[in-house]
Design a protein. Sequence first.
Length: 91
Amino acid sequence: MKKPLDRLEDYRYRDELINKTMHYSYLLITQQITFDELIEIQLEEGFGLIFDPYDPYINEDEIIDTLLDHFIYLEEYEKCQDLKDIKNLKK
């Protein structure tokens, strides 16, 4: 059985991984980083994305909405504005 401190570390690790995943997904969707640059970072740090950049049927609006929810929760409103701007450009 895990001790409370061990569980806390598990939660911190999970949160850190989620934040990294959201951050790098944001950078890619806002074109602040190329996929090749992202691969190099991934090899060093290890993380994932919330979408498959090779999927031709990707629903960018859903990805942006997911990122918006995350960054609103974290109160990172500049990132939210960037994402809203991208979404508005598509209309």
